[in-house]
Write a protein that binds this ligand. Structure first.
Ligand SMILES: NC(=O)c1ccc[n+]([C@@H]2O[C@H](COP(=O)([O-])OP(=O)(O)OC[C@H]3O[C@@H](n4cnc5c(N)ncnc54)[C@H](O)[C@@H]3O)[C@@H](O)[C@H]2O)c1
Length: 430
């Protein structure tokens, strides 16, 4: 099946979908579909605002002709997808305001695919989900919309994505990929498809649910490990012990896991454990550790703000109207993504104390920061202003060389929650 007739439709061209589409387009014809018109025009102009794909690489694979046998054709016309025989769904899997999984993007994408599905087609899901979503939630939508029979007329697969935005070493082709299929034969085809582009190789899981569960536990495990060191940081702060020095010492043991304290934002690690928790609860088990980890990590923004205010009070700073500079707004370093950033929790808590907050972030998508959070990233506009407190919230590489002392008032407090700066520039760390 994998030859010049293979036409891959990728549904959702975000952080996950675009790099995958570009990689496949080097070998196959790829039709990239996204409901966001702005995203399609941006990509067709050769620009990717997520900065995952540079313009030279994007322009090399982009094509304006949807009938060629290779290259990436980007569109918001779902009709074009009828030319595909393999579909890969990479749409978001968010939670609602009560942290319950919102499967609507997946359901809508399944309706789009269902409308163009033909006998023999394969639909592979890559979005992160709890075990059962592909076969119990999405496949019935595909069957209903297309009128075709599952595992007779059309087939499914699941292959979770493991990319790490901003990381130029662990890119799609360099990360071993888990694959799975709805029948043994389809699992082989899905595996061969990914093997043809993933240099790091593949791991064929025994079934779709195993592949789904594997991905969700990777992120839940990371969340719990970070929650543990966050709890340690809160304990050691009370004891007057430097947490990072403790972790450096403990890390000398061969099997100590070297996690560091910090905020857990973004829409993977801070969200995916809720997907697993929901499924566990449906199955009659109330998860203790998974949700405890979430509670600890979700409380870190307020904790950090309280710590800063406490230190400022100890230095006799009048808190109402005090000026604090927050360095970094994205959910992680060296990446423009502000979705589910926990820096907003710090800012909101500081505002409860009537502190005046200035945000500086050379990486953040300024439009998204303003639109989603009402935050204006000043980015050094008032270079002469001095601050009562400076909080390094995100470890962007640019902050390593910033001269913080020139921004400080006499009694300022510099709080580095990422342990990026040298001791001499910092008053305290998380
Ligand atoms: N970003 C990561 O680091 C990462 C890593 C591994 C896995 N994942 C998972 O991959 C999935 C996608 O994440 P992302 O970061 O690429 O999201 P994203 O928000 O960057 O991109 C999703 C894209 O899908 C589009 N979209 C939404 N609904 C659609 C629909 N019905 N039809 C077509 N397009 C639609 C959006 O417009 C957007 O461009 C999520 O399940 C996420 O948890 C993300």
């Amino acid at each position: 099946m994998l030859d010049s007739r293979t036409k891959i439709g990728i549904i959702g061209l975000g952080y996950v979908g675009l790099p995958l589409a570009v990689e496949f387009a080097k070998k196959y014809k790829v039709l990239g579909f996204d409901i966001n018109e702005e995203r399609i025009s941006e990509l067709n102009s050769g620009f990717d605002h997520t900065l995952e794909i540079d313009s030279v690489t994007l322009n090399k694979v982009l094509t304006k002709d949807c009938t060629t046998t290779q290259g990436l054709y980007c569109t918001n016309d779902p009709e074009i997808l009828k030319n595909c025989n393999v579909f890969i769904v990479t749409v978001p899997t968010p939670v609602d305001k009560n942290n319950r999984p919102n499967l609507m993007p997946l359901i809508n994408a399944s309706i789009t695919v269902g409308k163009v599905l033909k006998p023999g087609d394969i639909v592979i899901y890559e979005s992160t989900v709890y075990p059962g979503v592909t076969e119990d939630e999405c496949v019935p939508v595909l069957a209903r919309t297309s009128g075709l029979k599952f595992n007779v007329d059309f087939f499914a697969g699941y292959s979770p994505e493991r990319i790490n935005p901003g990381d130029k070493k662990h890119t799609v082709a360099n990360i071993l990929k888990i694959t799975s299929g709805s029948t043994p034969e389809i699992a082989d085809i899905v595996d061969d498809l990914y093997k043809s582009i993933i240099v790091a190789g593949t791991h064929k899981a025994s079934c779709i649910k195993v592949a789904e569960a594997a991905k969700i536990i990777e992120n839940a495990q990371r969340d719990i490990n970070i929650a543990f060191v966050n709890e340690l940081a809160m304990i050691f702060n009370r004891l007057g012990i430097n947490t990072n020095e403790v972790l450096d010492a403990a890390s000398t043991k061969w099997n100590f896991l070297n996690f560091r304290p910090g905020l857990v934002g973004g829409h993977c690690i801070g969200v995916d454990p809720y997907y697993l928790a929901q499924k566990a609860q449906e199955a009659g088990y109330h998860p203790e550790i998974i949700l405890a980890g979430r509670r600890v990590n979700d409380g870190m923004g307020a904790y950090v703000a309280d710590q800063l205010v406490k230190q400022m009070i100890q230095k006799d700073t009048h808190i109402v109207g005090a000026r604090v500079l927050v360095l970094g707004f994205t959910f992680k370093e060296n990446c423009p993504d502000v979705r589910n950033t926990k820096v907003i929790d710090i800012i909101n808590r500081l505002k409860e104390y009537n502190v005046v907050v200035t945000v500086h972030d050379p990486w953040a998508n300024v439009a998204h920061a303003k639109h989603e959070y009402g935050i204006i990233c000043e980015n050094g506009e008032s270079k002469t202003r001095k601050y009562d407190g400076i909080l390094l919230a995100v470890a962007h590489q640019e902050f390593k060389s910033i001269d913080l002392r020139s921004l400080c008032k006499k009694n300022s407090v510099v709080y580095d929650i990422k342990s990026l700066l040298p001791n001499a520039s910092v008053d305290f760390r998380l």
